[in-house]
Design a protein around this ligand. Structure first.
Ligand code: SAJ
Length: 431
């Protein structure tokens, strides 16, 4: 297992390829996007992730990594391409199918093929195996086949890819063990072996667990608002219970994982996955709730400055971002929007609304809406917003010090909390 071909050089494929290369294996990194291949071949990376540029540069400098637009013969093929959903919420497996088909001409006896993309349970056996067997080789006899989900948190990928427990699901024991030997090259966490369908299910369950728990937090927020309770204070108190860990309400759930993966379970078991579907609907309803919250405050038909477009803090990823959803809905409703995100410089559908600085976005704005708790937004002070025409901050992440802003005569509007106007400073819990 000396030569590895990694298909898909995104948030998972690129760090994986780079780590194998810096650990002495020969790696061919493949991407079908000519622009990505060009950027990588120029020594730069096309995504933002802490430490990745330096790791990638080390990988290139080791001469163990080459970037190409098509696969080549190798001992191991790792497929790490996206698995989005269609508008009807069923899994779009086209990239996985295409990548697997592209391996077929290069598949040789003794090879190991590993799928890393999050996929509906059964994919490795039912989808990959028949495609790969189109080569004339038989899975389990002539080549090995396994599923090993990526489980790393964007923003912490390089740490988690090494330290997290890794699951390897083989179509048979030999395949799982070969996968373990391979990942042990750089994984310091425990490596657990199982079958491929269980490993696929594990990954979906993890992200669904988080989605359902976020939906619960969001539902608590909606109830709290009705009850004139500050949900953030209530969660904080409830979480002092030794067995309670309520997550954070927010403007919705984004990213290519948590907002997508639960649907893979709904797709295969629509009658059973009732809670899972409902959780998805609750989380998907949050952007519209936020839009209504903003528009209720917008009395002078003024400018709304939107701060943050990514799906969460300190990343550049806008896939399935609730912040983008909120912004689009405001625009569709005829609201005058300016948007700024320090990590987003090009977003085709919103380029006409993007500003290149925060000052430009907030100049003359009636309302400022914080949709993402990027570090630099958390450090915002009232003095920084003096160019606004209004005095309303909608803090969808509860990341500002509300009382400091009220002291500066700002009205801070939060999800799941009674609106606190600067002249009503007392926390509602103590009124
Ligand atoms: N969010 C909330 N409230 C919370 C936590 C998160 O509204 O309390 C929102 C975030 O703002 C974001 C979304 O949920 O929009 C998802 O963010 P996240 O940080 O929970 O997760 P991801 O999507 O960045 O990464 C998840 C991780 N899965 C789990 O924690 C179970 C990661 O380990 C996976 O590898 C990744 O999905 C993936 O690729 O599947």
């Amino acid at each position: 297992m000396k030569k590895i071909c990694v298909l898909g050089l995104g948030y998972i494929g690129l760090p994986t390829a780079s780590l194998f290369a810096t650990h002495g294996l020969q790696v061919i990194g493949v991407d079908v996007d000519a622009k990505i291949v060009q950027i990588l071949n120029g020594g730069e990376i096309h995504i933002e992730e802490v430490g990745l540029q330096s790791l990638f540069s080390q990988a290139l400098a080791s001469n163990n990594l080459v970037i190409k637009s098509a696969p080549d013969f190798a001992d191991v093929f790792i497929i790490a391409v996206p698995t989005p959903i269609y508008p009807d919420k069923t899994a779009d497996m086209r990239a996985v199918i295409k990548a697997t088909e592209s391996v077929v001409p290069y598949l040789q006896s003794g090879n190991l093929v590993i799928l890393e993309s999050t996929s509906p349970a059964g994919t490795t056996n039912d989808l990959l195996k028949p495609i790969l067997e189109g080569s004339g080789l038989i899975a389990g006899r002539d080549f090995m086949l396994a599923y090993s989900p990526e489980r790393v948190l964007p923003g912490h990928i390089l740490k988690e890819i090494v330290e997290n427990t890794r699951v390897i699901g083989g179509i048979d024991r030999t395949s799982a063990e070969a996968g373990r030997n391979l990942y042990a090259t750089f994984v310091k966490g425990e490596i657990i072996l199982t079958n491929s369908t269980t490993a696929e299910m594990v990954k979906l369950m993890e992200n669904t667990f988080r989605d359902v728990n976020i939906a619960l937090a969001n539902e608590f927020a909606l109830i709290a608002e009705k009850q004139k309770v500050d949900v953030w204070e209530a969660i904080d108190i409830a979480n002092r219970h030794p067995r309670v860990k309520i997550l954070q309400p927010g403007p919705g759930v984004g990213g290519h994982c948590i907002a997508v993966d639960p649907w893979f379970l709904v797709e295969v078991a629509p009658d059973q996955a009732r809670l899972i579907r409902q959780a998805r609907l609750i989380n998907d309803g949050m952007p519209e709730y936020v839009v209504k919250m903003i528009q209720r405050q917008l009395t002078n038909k003024g400018i709304v400055a939107v701060l943050g477009l990514t799906f969460k803090a300190d990343v550049d990823d806008t896939r399935e971002s609730p912040a983008v959803d909120v912004t689009n809905r405001l625009i569709a409703n005829g609201v005058k929007v300016r948007a700024f995100d320090p990590h987003v410089h090009d977003l085709p559908a919103l380029n006409n609304y993007l500003t290149s600085s925060m000052d430009e976005a907030i100049q003359g704005a009636e309302i400022v809406v914080l949709l993402v708790d990027h570090t630099e937004f958390k450090l915002l002070t009232p003095e920084r917003l003096t160019q606004m025409s209004g005095r309303i901050i909608v803090d969808t992440r509860n990341c500002l010090d509300t009382s400091a802003w009220q002291d500066s005569a700002f009205n801070v509007i939060r999800i799941g909390a009674p609106s606190l106007f600067y002249h009503e400073k007392t926390s509602p819990a103590y009124q």
